[in-house]
Design a protein around this ligand. Sequence first.
Ligand code: BV8
Length: 256
Amino acid sequence: MEEIFDTIADEISRARSVAVFTGAGMSQESGIPTFRDAQTGLWARFRPEDLATLAAFLDDPPRVFAWYLQRLMSIRGVVPNDGHAAIASLDEIVESVDVITQNIDGLHARAGSASVFELHGSIERFRCVASGHAFPLDAVLELADGSDHVEPPACPACGALIRPGVVWFGEMLPEEAVAASWESAAKCDVMLVVGTAAQVFPAAELPSVAAAAGATIIEINPEPTRLSDWVGYRVPATAAMALPRLIDRLAPAGSS
Ligand code: BV8
């Protein structure tokens, strides 16, 4: 496997622009369960449309709000892993680096990546379901009691329910993040695709957008995905194992 790291490092060293497209696998080694892992996956116990939709929230606000509170508390307890740190260090090596993430855990920004587009929002943001007014995270954290039912607070301005600032199934992705992500994918020389099964759309279209524009696609994932047959390079390894090995070749030890 060593030679593939040399080849990929050479591709990146010649790139002016790199896009890093990440999914739940990126945070798995930080201790956050992915969605599809059979045993620990968040969806192992229910179907996504059962909870991750506006309809589910309006149907049973305390149950859905409690699920996000539980996930928020678990994310508050973790830190970025060596994979997040390696991606952040690309900012010092490549002229232009954008991180396009499907993750809602905020770990790329906490690791220090300067340009992060959150296609599916953030679990650390909350807003009024009616007006979209932001609601303070601290006020939400005070409600966390680990239970399966937590009454969402009411918007102080209009009394409507406060909801998580994530993109639910059936909801449009944030316009700004979409525009920036599609632009980044269309202009990058290399796209690293890390830790995603590429099954959720429209985000999963991004590797094809980059490839159509002539980018080299590099997949880092211990398991094959629907992309694996056509990507330029496939590294059958985890994010926290593969990415630091790649960076070591790009910024030899002791370099500034
Ligand atoms: C939209 C936030 C359009 C919430 C998420 C039928 C009905 C309705 C909609 C649809 C439909 N059919 C298709 C759709 C579109 C739908 C969709 O794609 N559905 C899928 C299920 C088929 N998409 C949408 O609804 C989107 N909106 O289309 O709107 C529209 C049009 C008009 C008008 C209005 C709207 C919105 C999608 C966003 C949903 N929100 N998250 C929350 O988190 O609760 S999605 C959520 O799941 C994540 O954000 C992520 O995107 C996705 C999980 O995927 P992955 O990240 O890939 O994770 P997964 O577990 O699947 O895979 C992990 C991978 O990592 C694996 O490959 C594994 O091998 C690997 N791995 C594991 N460990 C490691 C590792 N890799 C590296 N290192 C490791 N250590």
